[in-house]
Design a binder for this molecule. Structure first.
Ligand SMILES: Cc1cc2nc3c(=O)[nH]c(=O)nc-3n(C[C@H](O)[C@H](O)[C@H](O)COP(=O)(O)OP(=O)(O)OC[C@H]3O[C@@H](n4cnc5c(N)ncnc54)[C@H](O)[C@@H]3O)c2cc1C
Length: 473
């Protein structure tokens, strides 16, 4: 069809008007809000927005829910509540963490959806090497009102039902926090939160390798106005929230603020008779060895009780040539349902030292689990700086940095506050888009973590025959 001059003018005018209207539209409860990533944070964000009365939320994910690559799609996660509330005289980092943890613990304790999934069984904070122990000791001794020293292997053993910690625990030193910490049923709470967010139709989840996988963001006049999915469909929105976890930096340039980092996990089968004994264990976490957690109720009910086990190490990365920046490498996630042999061996050593009666069991479904580290390990929850003078309509929520599950409720609240321009100024400053903290970033920085080889390891350097697939014996 050929357009006459006037028709063309009106056509262009209409496009410009619609575009300007979209860019300038104020936030309303009916505004269209697109969340990219239906993982731990995306689900929590959708839930919070629904609770605040928003009615037009679409969440996209590249996998059926819950995504097999979501860091939260897991039996369980550790939860530590804040030791103190935020205080005005704290430094910005401590203030931000105390605020985040306070918001989260309020939800875990009181929200009827979350509370049943929290097991406040206690937390054993331990270490073996001198370096790791000095960190644990300093932190625990600063709060004698919270942590009690465990003097010797017997003191460790008495924290759990008889017959659980039967290992010699050689070299283990630690403290116990009996209240305000424990573990949560991870996948199950994601399912609950998803059900709650979608029940009245205010939020729709499109979780599909084609229809849900965001291939690129949609730009108009240099402004993000939604996203395009792998099936070619466009999803326009008044506001777009990028919450794609370790995959977020494949969609926009985070200027090195995110480092996709992988940790390793597997599962140790228990018998039905053993399940009650292992069902409500305190968390035994050695910062340089690893940890294991009790089976969630759903796994016990399904007749598949398992301990989840993680070895502790500074993390694995996967460096590839950066296509856009010459002579630079960038870390990207790579999925594998296998783990480096070294990690498997360390998990077996952890079992041998603590629960040797389980050490000859196969390690089931070993896998890499990807999170994204910011340089200071504080979350990145901010409006993207954008390219125009108007406030950007792209919000980012990324950088779980190993603590993003227990704090997912706070992420939902903070993102909603940010969207509503109500985020506390001090928090906005701490959580801001902060590429200046990532200049010349050393991708191999251990960021205060211990264990394994003591180094961040590039997965590309691990030969194929050094990978272990389940069941690992
Ligand atoms: C082994 C391990 C143990 C951990 N233990 C704990 C713990 O004990 N306590 C704790 O608090 N935290 C823990 N964490 C950290 C926590 O799990 C993460 O910080 C948190 O889950 C991150 O949430 P997220 O939403 O950012 O990422 P995810 O939950 O990974 O979600 C990202 C989502 O984005 C989707 N996605 C990616 N790319 C695209 C795309 N292009 N289009 C559409 N969708 C896309 C993915 O499918 C995924 O569903 C652990 C992490 C690991 C790896």
């Amino acid at each position: 069809m050929r357009l006459g001059c006037w028709q063309l003018y009106l056509h262009v005018l209409a496009i410009v008007t619609i575009t300007m209207a979209a860019l300038e539209a104020p936030l309303e409860k009916t505004s269209s809000i697109l969340v990219i990533g239906a993982g731990t944070w995306g689900t929590s964000i959708a839930y919070r927005l629904v609770k605040r009365g928003y009615t037009n939320i679409k969440v996209l994910d590249s996998n059926t829910f819950p995504s097999s690559i979501s860091a939260g799609n897991d039996h369980n996660k550790i939860l530590e509540e804040p030791i103190s509330p935020p205080a005005a005289d704290q430094n910005d980092l401590d203030y931000a963490w105390n605020t985040i943890e306070t918001l989260s613990s309020e939800v875990w304790r009181n929200d009827p959806v979350y509370a049943p999934r929290y097991h406040p069984t206690g937390f054993i904070y331990a270490a073996v090497s001198d370096e790791a122990w000095s960190k644990v000791k300093a932190a625990a001794e600063a709060r004698p009102d919270v942590y009690s020293l465990l003097e010797g292997a017997d003191a460790f053993r008495q924290t759990m039902p008889k017959g659980v910690l039967t290992g010699d625990l050689t070299g283990w030193r630690g403290f116990i926090r009996r209240e305000g910490a424990g573990w949560v049923e991870a996948r199950d709470i994601m399912l609950d939160v998803h059900a709650e967010a979608t029940k009245d139709g205010a939020a729709t989840f499109v979780c599909d390798p084609q229809a849900g996988r965001v291939a690129e963001l949609l730009y108009e006049n240099d402004e993000v106005v939604g996203a395009k999915t792998a099936d070619g469909a466009t999803h326009r929105a008044d506001f777009t929230i990028l919450a794609a976890g370790a995959g977020a930096s494949t969609l926009i340039d985070f200027e090195k603020q995110l480092r996709p980092t992988a940790w390793t996990l597997a599962h140790v089968p228990l018998t039905a008779a053993e399940a009650p004994t292992y069902a409500e264990l305190p968390v035994l976490f050695a910062v340089d060895q690893g940890f294991f957690l009790s089976p969630p109720k759903s796994a016990i009910a399904a007749g598949e009780p398992e301990l989840k086990i993680c070895d502790e190490h500074p993390g694995y990365i996967h460096l590839v040539e950066d296509e856009k920046k010459k002579n630079e490498k960038q870390p990207v996630p790579i999925q594998r349902d296998a783990i480096p042999r070294n990690s498997a061996t360390n998990m077996q050593k952890l079992l041998q030292a603590t629960v040797p009666q389980l050490a000859d069991r196969p390690l089931l479904r070993p896998r890499l689990c990807w999170d994204a580290d910011t340089p200071d390990r504080l979350f990145l929850i901010a409006r993207h700086p954008g390219n125009s003078s108007a406030p950007s309509r792209l919000l980012v929520a990324a950088g779980g940095s190993g603590n993003g599950f227990m704090n997912a409720p706070a992420v939902g609240i903070l993102v909603a506050d940010l969207l509503e321009d109500q985020l506390e100024e001090r928090m906005a400053k701490s959580l801001r888009w902060r590429p200046e903290t990532a200049v010349n970033r050393d991708w191999f920085d251990t960021q205060g973590r211990f264990g394994g080889t003591g180094k961040v390891v590039d997965l590309s350097e691990i030969p194929d025959d050094d990978w272990a697939k389940g069941p690992i014996r």
